[in-house]
Design a protein around this ligand. Structure first.
Ligand SMILES: O=C(O)CCC(=O)C1=CC=C[C@@H](O)[C@@H]1C(=O)O
Ligand SMILES: [Mg+2]
Length: 369
């Protein structure tokens, strides 16, 4: 298959509710939507999960646009692609880092490939599940009462797992109060690197609350201190930001830095690398779940497809579109029935990209051919 045209769109969607983590608050989402057009005029779609500011990792909307325009798109345009695996394994192998930029165009090619093979993206990836269990990620709120209200609402909607953002000063009291009201719900905490080993006693105190895991407690690029912390904790550590590649995953498992990994397609450089990490973790009995980056429905569709692989055994962050957006970019929107999403069987991502909505929310676009 050959890509004859790539269109980049800078899209801006307003979040229905601000999303606060230990590193800041998002009120809306600027992101790059990638359309890859094949020789037959069929389009594949994906999105970059890089944020406007380098707060989650070092990539931003601007760095991604530059890397896509000046390096990745020229490598893809007109090149005979036998399989989407060729992109990260060959075409982009000499380009360092910039995983979210790589994933954005690789994902669009994967979608196009699946469509041309008359398959769903889930099937093309080797997915086996017909439905996936999903949880919800709840940001830092103004009060514990507000957090409890959100948990109750999501519980009524059937979500299978509740992730609470924590940071020093918004952790032990919060978890204690939630556990008083909800002693048995599947509960986890995501620190987004807000702690250091000096907080080891504070983090060990969370062992009392039967959390499923503590996600990324320490530095975003660390696996050494996480290994020391994991040896002290009863609660499994889940790594998110620290795992950028298959090699990072291999080393983290070797060191015992974590017992669970949160896969984010963008963070690890795309669907091919996500599948490789999936297979490694499956071999080592390390369970996975699919994290979220406040994606539009396009990115959500990719998350659903990768989550259909068998070792994604824990509920992920792919919640319903309606929790994030007044209008999503896909039709139908992603909906959750009693905490599960039906894996679409349509071609490619299995959702139709609504071009009117895309144009409505596009701030700027550029075509490359
Ligand atoms: O609902 C979602 O899409 C998950 C949101 C979420 O938890 C995150 C989004 C972006 C970066 C982080 O703040 C955080 C995460 O670490 O998973
Ligand atoms: Mg996280």
């Amino acid at each position: 298959m050959k890509i004859k045209q790539v269109i980049l769109r800078h899209v801006k969607l307003d979040l229905l509710h601000p999303f606060t983590t230990s590193f800041g608050t998002e009120y809306d989402k600027d992101f790059i939507l990638v359309e890859a057009v094949g020789e037959d005029g069929t389009s594949g779609w994906a999105e970059s999960v890089a944020m406007l500011d380098p707060l989650y990792n070092e990539e931003t909307v601007k760095t991604n646009w530059h890397i896509l325009e000046d390096y990745l798109i020229p490598l893809v345009l007109g090149h005979e692609i036998h399989h989407p695996d060729d992109i990260s394994e060959q075409l982009f192998a000499h380009i360092r880092g910039n995983y979210m930029a790589k994933a954005a165009i690789e994902g669009a090619v994967w979608d196009l490939y699946a469509k041309q093979q008359n398959m769903s993206l889930a099937s093309a990836l080797g997915g086996t599940k017909k439905t996936i269990d999903v949880g919800v990620s709840i940001g830092i709120k103004d009060s514990i009462e507000e957090t409890l209200e959100v948990i109750e609402a999501r519980l009524q909607e059937g979500y299978k797992r509740f992730k609470l953002k924590i940071k020093p000063g918004w952790d032990l009291e919060l978890i204690d109060r939630v556990r008083q009201v909800y002693p048995d719900i599947p509960l986890m905490a995501d620190a987004n690197s807000a702690y250091t080993l000096e907080d080891i006693d504070r983090l060990a105190a969370l062992d009392a609350y039967n959390l499923m895991m503590i996600e990324q407690p320490l530095a975003y690029n660390d696996i050494i201190d996480h290994a020391e912390l994991q040896a002290r904790l009863k609660t499994p550590i889940c790594l998110d930001e620290s795992i950028h590649s298959l090699e990072d995953a291999r080393k983290a498992l070797k060191l015992g830095s974590c017992q669970i990994i949160n896969i984010k397609i963008g963070r690890v450089g795309g669907l091919t690398q996500s599948r490789k990490i999936h297979d490694l973790c499956q071999e080592h009995g390390i369970p996975l779940w699919c994290g979220g980056m406040l994606e539009s429905g396009v990115g959500r569709a990719h998350n659903i497809a990768i989550t259909s692989l068998p070792n994604f055994v824990l509920p992920g962050d792919t919640a319903a579109s309606a929790l994030y957006w007044a209008e999503d970019l896909i039709h139908p929107e992603v909906t959750v029935q009693n905490g599960t999403i039906t894996v679409p069987t349509g071609l490619g991502i299995g959702y139709e990209v609504d071009l009117e909505k895309v144009e409505k929310y596009t701030m700027y676009s550029k075509s490359y051919s």
